[in-house]
Design a protein around this ligand. Structure first.
Ligand SMILES: [Zn+2]
Length: 422
């Protein structure tokens, strides 16, 4: 397989009527921060053009980077923070009590990573099986007592699991459900593996929240589907699955936790929350291009104001840096055309320090570099953490430093206070 492929039909309904509503500029693979000894290897950029299907209303990327490049060596993504362990315990408690799962239930997780969530289910007495294509992480999870299949989840993998472990009462997928190009095969596998009254629970970022919270930078190469309820429900129905509940959750700038069951055998009634979300999606017109074109226009306004300010600073001989080294900041950096304008990026994650940004190879330094390198302006690429960053950087501001937060509105903060750029 080549490094990327381009499909010409909708991932959910097969329609070829695809409208390019968010022409986000190409970027390198968002999380491919590299060490110094790899700097002479060129890192390619790939399309992030985002299309709306005029057949079913599904928002998606159709230029697909080879998943072996994206997911097989997920080395830097395995570390689970302490906060997440608590989140997983809470998640397991909520789901087990909401769905009244018997104690000998089988729970299967797709994209199970190091097994942290399954561990929380196991501690509640349930049987667990993980599936994760990152072979090194899957092997480590298995050794640690969470049996993990080192593959991408497919119908065939589902058949193997049901042969060896029986049917699953619960299948979970957090975020991976938006990652796969061949989502139909995944849902066929889920349908096969679930018991008649089993439940599939998944978290995905939610299109209306992407728009409302301006988080266009959650669009990156791993993340090829951007879900809303209406297109997803039509897709599920065609594969004998149906949604019965959805809740908003805060992760990734706005997501939903969706609950689906076999359509022909599931007994759970559709929740009021789910029905209300469908009504709201219709009211807002999320199946039509207009809302996306308006969204893109507002992104472009902020890009222009940010870029003008940065160019002006550079023209005056000022030193400009960035804050935040992550997948989302790579999308932002490239789309706002800042990749050749920053001297360095600061980030307090020690895993990223000493590495170089994907493609553009901007060095990543600890935030103490604000004192030692004294940049005149810092663009807050990880803008959702802007308040935290500004609050802990008072010494930098008092020494004459300046921050620019590019989204949701463009703001400049220095020792004279805050002002908005239009
Ligand atoms: Zn479609």
């Amino acid at each position: 397989m080549t490094n990327s492929t381009h499909r010409d039909d909708c991932r959910l309904c097969g329609s070829k009527e695809l409208d390019l509503v968010l022409p986000i500029l190409p970027s390198a693979i968002g999380d491919d921060f590299i060490p110094a000894h790899l700097l002479n290897e060129k890192q390619d950029t790939y399309s992030l053009d985002t299309y709306l299907c005029l057949g079913c209303g599904h928002l998606q990327n159709i230029d697909i980077v080879n998943p072996d490049i994206l997911f097989r060596n997920y080395t830097y993504k395995s570390s689970v923070s302490l906060g997440l362990v608590d989140y997983f315990k809470q998640y397991a408690n909520e789901v087990v009590s909401q769905l009244h799962l018997p104690t000998d239930s089988l729970v299967v997780e797709l994209g199970s990573n190091d097994g942290s969530l399954l561990k929380a289910f196991k501690e509640k007495g349930l049987r667990v099986v993980g599936v994760d294509p990152a072979r090194n992480i899957a092997a480590a999870a298995t050794t640690a007592g969470i049996p993990t299949v080192p593959e991408f989840f497919t119908l065939q993998v589902a058949e193997n699991i049901s042969t060896h472990h029986g049917k699953a009462n619960l299948i979970c997928a957090n975020n991976v459900f938006a990652h796969a190009d061949n989502i139909a095969d995944i849902v066929k596998g889920i349908r096969h593996l679930l018991t008649d009254d089993g439940v599939f629970v998944f978290e995905v970022s939610y299109v209306p929240d992407i728009i409302d919270n301006m988080v266009f930078d959650t669009i990156y190469h791993e993340h090829v589907s951007h879900h809303a309820i209406i297109p997803l429900e039509n897709f599920f129905n065609a594969l004998d699955m149906t949604l019965f509940d959805a809740k908003k959750v805060k992760s990734k700038g706005g997501s939903i936790r969706g609950f689906a069951q076999p359509r022909s055998t599931g007994q759970r009634a559709k929740s009021k929350d789910l029905l209300a979300m469908i009504v709201e999606e219709e009211r807002r017109g999320i199946l039509q291009p207009k809302i996306y074109r308006d969204f893109f226009e507002s992104i472009e306004k902020r890009k222009k104001a940010t870029l003008n300010y940065v160019k002006e600073a550079l023209a005056q001989g000022k030193k400009v840096a960035g804050f935040g080294a992550s997948t989302t900041t790579t999308t932002l950096l490239y789309h706002f055309e800042l990749q050749d304008k920053l001297s360095f990026i600061v980030d307090d994650n020690p895993i990223k320090q000493g590495l170089y940004s994907p493609g553009a190879h901007i060095p990543v330094l600890p935030s103490s570099a604000l004192q030692t390198e004294k940049p005149d302006l810092v663009v807050i690429l990880a803008w959702m953490y802007a308040d935290v960053m500004i609050n802990k950087s008072q010494a930098y501001l008092e020494a004459g430093g300046e921050f620019l937060r590019p989204l949701p509105e463009v703001r400049v903060v220095n020792q004279n206070g805050m002002r908005e750029l239009k």
